[in-house]
Design a protein around this ligand. Structure first.
Ligand code: FAD
Ligand code: EPU
Length: 342
């Protein structure tokens, strides 16, 4: 197993941050992962807390060089592990590219993932923040996952309840943060589609494309077009998608804000709170299109922080702190970062 020292991470994170990892290795099986961790015990006296699993690097900001062992999950494979009347169950290696998996499902006529087209990253990371877009979240098609406990070196299974999914949340971002490597995820795909077209501009996009007969392919294509028109392509300009989560405010706070800012978007939640659009709040604070050096706020989507080339992770982080502070001062609303900071 090749363990690189002081490996460059520039091509391994979509922000394009030029950081390094003290040690870096790739694993294609659970056994290889175990071997690397055993080598680490004898040859590299790092504390286990400094082991980090990497997928596609599309939701991570390296604020400094990583002084630990970074392990890239490259477990491949999509296996049909069973079916019932409603679903086909596919077990997918943690290193499989998410969008390739979406395309695979669409090709096989399996439904449920189409609204989640073109989200960057790997399947192994999909449960970590319960990826979501256009009215669907991974929890809606999640069946179970297998995860390797980095310290105990055992493999555990997690079902939906065990994962404690929330909006951009799971047990792996909280209680079990940094403790597991997700080896595979089993998704349940519908044999008969249930279309979700009410969210955002999907319906409008379908009409524009002249779609008369709804299909999972038509929805996927519509979502892809919307995303391409709104979000910067990391291959062109470094970014990690939404930098912050959309915040929620109490049932009392929202009317207050609405009377002061009549155009403020608000989405009522089942628990009585209202979700706000962080992009709108940030734009109102004047940040949209802001640039200082190579760190900036995207000119078309204020929720996306960008690296125009040679920004350092720390610069992006400092910018995010200034944005947090100004949103707090203007609206009395606290933003929370979505991106994982290292
Ligand atoms: P990484 O960035 O590599 O890792 C993210 C975190 O998960 C890190 O803490 C890492 O340690 C951990 N991790 C990764 N893999 C494993 C594993 N196998 N086991 C244990 N821990 C692991 N997200 C959405 O939810 N919805 C969107 O619409 C969306 N749009 C995006 C658009 C763009 C342009 C970009 C750049 C990002 C977007 N994202 C979106 C964020 C990102 O794509 C997702 O969070 C994705 O799941 C990250 O996957 P990854 O493999 O790149 O994870
Ligand atoms: N808006 C502005 N100014 C901006 C950006 C947005 O006023 O600069 C307003 C829009 O006009 C709209 C509202 O904010 O009224 C919501 O914007 P949009 O539909 O673009 O979605 P978002 O809330 O910015 C969320 C997710 C995305 C996901 C899309 C589609 C979060 C943090 N972000 O973005 O996820 O793809 O909805 O479902 O929930 C990600 O997590 O990385 C991500 C890209």
């Amino acid at each position: 197993m090749l363990i690189e020292e002081n490996a460059s991470l520039r091509r391994l994170n979509t922000f394009g941050i030029d950081a390094t990892a003290r040690y870096f290795a790739r694993f294609e099986t659970a056994q290889q992962l175990e071997e690397i961790l055993s080598t680490q015990k004898t040859s590299y006296p790092l504390p286990l807390t400094s082991t980090l699993i990497l997928g596609g690097g599309s939701n991570i900001l390296f604020t400094k060089n990583f002084n630990g062992l970074l392990l890239k999950n490259e477990i491949t494979g999509i296996v049909n592990v069973g079916e019932d009347n409603e679903y086909v169950y596919l077990r997918v290696g943690g290193g499989v590219n998410w969008h390739q998996f979406v395309l695979y499902c669409i090709d096989k006529g399996l439904a449920g993932v189409e609204n989640l087209s073109l989200i960057p990253g790997c399947c192994g990371a999909s449960p970590i923040q319960n990826i979501g877009a256009y009215g669907v979240e991974i929890k809606d098609l999640f069946h179970e996952l297998e995860a390797f406990h980095l310290e105990e070196k055992t493999i555990l299974r997690f079902n939906t309840n065990d994962c404690a999914f929330g909006y951009r949340e799971s047990v792996f971002k909280n209680k079990f943060k940094g403790q597991f490597a997700i080896l595979s995820v089993t998704y349940k795909l519908r044999k008969q589609p249930v279309f979700h077209t009410s969210y955002g501009a999907i319906q409008q996009e379908l009409e524009k494309a002249g779609v008369t007969e709804l299909s999972i392919k038509a929805i996927s294509d519509a979502v892809i077009r919307i995303r391409q028109s709104k979000l910067p392509d990391p291959a062109v300009v470094g970014n990690a998608g939404s930098f912050f989560k959309n915040p929620t405010v109490s049932g009392e706070k929202f009317p207050e804000l609405k009377s002061k800012y009549p155009n403020i978007p608000g989405y009522p939640q089942p628990d009585g709170t209202t979700k706000l659009a962080a992009g709108w709040l940030i734009e109102q604070c004047g940040w949209k299109g802001f640039r200082e050096g190579d760190a900036g706020v995207h000119p078309l989507q204020a929720l996306v922080l960008v690296n125009y080339g040679n920004a350092q992770g720390e610069q992006i982080f400092q910018l995010s702190s200034r944005i947090l502070q100004s949103v707090q001062e203007k609206f009395g609303v606290e933003l929370e970062r979505e991106v994982n900071l290292v």
